[in-house]
Ligand binder design. Sequence first.
Ligand SMILES: C[S@@+](CC[C@H](N)C(=O)[O-])C[C@H]1O[C@@H](n2cnc3c(N)ncnc32)[C@H](O)[C@@H]1O
Length: 241
Amino acid sequence: MSESSNTNLEQAKQEGKYIRTIRSFVKREGRLTKGQAAAIEKCWPTMGLEHKNGMLNLSEVFGNNNDVVLEIGFGMGKSLVEMAKNAPHLNFIGVEVHRPGVGACLMDADEAGITNLRIFEHDAIEVLADCIEKESLTTVQLFFPDPWHKKRHHKRRIVQTEFAEKLRAQLKMGGVFHMATDWENYAEHMLEVMNVAPGFKNQSETNDYVPRPDLRPLTKFEQRGHRLGHGVWDLMFERTE
Ligand SMILES: C[S@@+](CC[C@H](N)C(=O)[O-])C[C@H]1O[C@@H](n2cnc3c(N)ncnc32)[C@H](O)[C@@H]1O
């Protein structure tokens, strides 16, 4: 947690106020497979990043000054690993709270032999606030975030006005926030939030969605959706101020 949010929390506690931090995820206690556990043990020393270590020096972390892409909630990491493999001139940081996903991602990354990927097992909102310097990311990607279908749960959706504002600070000028979802109501919500978020410009020519860019790999899940006639919406917003 950042120093200022820590102070606010402390102050609120002293004043007897109760602050409930909204979380965009439910921590699922899935079991690690042997392979996932082994990959974490083997790869964490080189690929793991810890929230508790605070602000990152990205050129030290990667040993170069290449542009950095950060993915929020990479799931099992399939598309993240593929993207990192396809773009060795870029650096990738994946952030996921689900440990089996972290293990699966590290397994694939190890097999692919990639060196341009680092992983946090932590809440991405805290990672963005506490570990990423301002104006340092070229892209932030959020693919198929938990849709929180029920209306009373919409407040748990990660894309909110305050989140957009915080994320903008971490993007470089001209950097892009790329979202994709297969839930139409969430796509509309993303559009509503982002179209009025200060300092962002929609990259869509029609001021709504963009065609899936080739750089976003088509996952099995999405292929199945296409077969079933389900839609997928991509949104790309560029930081302009
Ligand atoms: C519906 S899954 C999609 C996973 C993946 N992006 C895909 O396309 O298959 C959403 C993922 O986001 C993760 N997640 C949700 N909120 C998060 C947060 N604040 N920080 C990190 N991960 C988060 C969840 O654990 C879950 O694995």
